[in-house]
Design a protein around this ligand. Sequence first.
Ligand SMILES: N[C@@H](CCC(=O)N[C@@H](CS)C(=O)NCC(=O)O)C(=O)O
Length: 360
Amino acid sequence: MLRVFGSRISYYTGKLETYLRFRSLDYELLPTIGNERRLREGAGAVQMPVVQLADGRWMSDSTPILAWLDAQQAGPSIYPEDPALRFIALLLEDYADEWLWRPAMHYRWSYRQDREHASGLLADELTGHIPLPRVVKRLLIARRQLRGFVRGDGVDETTRRHVERSALEAFARLEAVFAERRFVLGGTATIADFGFMGPMLRHFGQDPTPSELMRNRAPGVYAWVGRMWNHRAGHTPALLPAVDAPLSGLLAEVCATHLVQLRENAAAYARGLGRYDQEIQGCRYRRVPTSRYRVWCLEQLRRAWQALDATARDALRPHLPEPEAAVLWDATAAVDSGYDPEGRAPFNRAINVFGRGVPR
Ligand SMILES: N[C@@H](CCC(=O)N[C@@H](CS)C(=O)NCC(=O)O)C(=O)O
């Protein structure tokens, strides 16, 4: 039995739970609040999810957690065998993890109905032991999230439209994919699907405002969320033989958004900046927080690209538009995060995506 510290409306906890269900691995869900000391001592940081194995070892960060768990399983892996497809799957996971985070937080905390739903749920789930009136707890939670992860992450009147467009664009690109097949890369789920379940399950598929948008504009994505939740390992239908038009369209959006942010974030980190400005698809974001963790994400993707042979790179290059995608291979884009130099993740000392948790 795994012990999963998280929340039943958390982005990355939902991603992990989808995987645990897929592999029929039993788990118990426990709150992070009230367990901060144990989590910090065991895993290095308080974030959702943190996992404790039956033998007492601690794991953090859904990306290496899924990679490690999957390596322990008998039978077909969720990481495609084909090197080019595997690279695409990792890139899509990172986009879902790190780019769709901002619109997910915006929809949850900027819209009143969504904010009331999430703050009430979190107050009840996580803060039952804190002797404050429920209304005060809800207010404090909502204020922390809105200040830190929405306004503090560059969402304002000038960027709001673009932030929402990012979510709608992801819906539209995935809708085109699911018109062709049941999962992102073929007939069964890969790490790309589990990555997309982060934003799509507990935020866009469940929060009142984006879930209505999803049902109306992208019913195929809505159906895929249910399909993923119900998907179990066992059968292995084929994956795509080559990148097709819907997948190429999705990759173009990934390059124009996520890869630009990864590049600008790494450059800011190299300059020692705590915040930086970036322009994405013509929209200017001011003073977004620099993330050391995302410098590491870029290192991981660059390492994966380095490991590809010429055949795989040639197959991918037409679908990874420059100049944005050059951050994957350009030597001048290399920035050292210094995080997890021994490659021990998920068993290393974790860091939060932003500083000590919430951007200040
Ligand atoms: N890279 C981590 C990110 C985990 C994460 O940032 N989780 C969010 C909640 S879904 C969190 O704990 N944020 C810190 C906070 O709110 O203080 C993962 O994939 O597990």
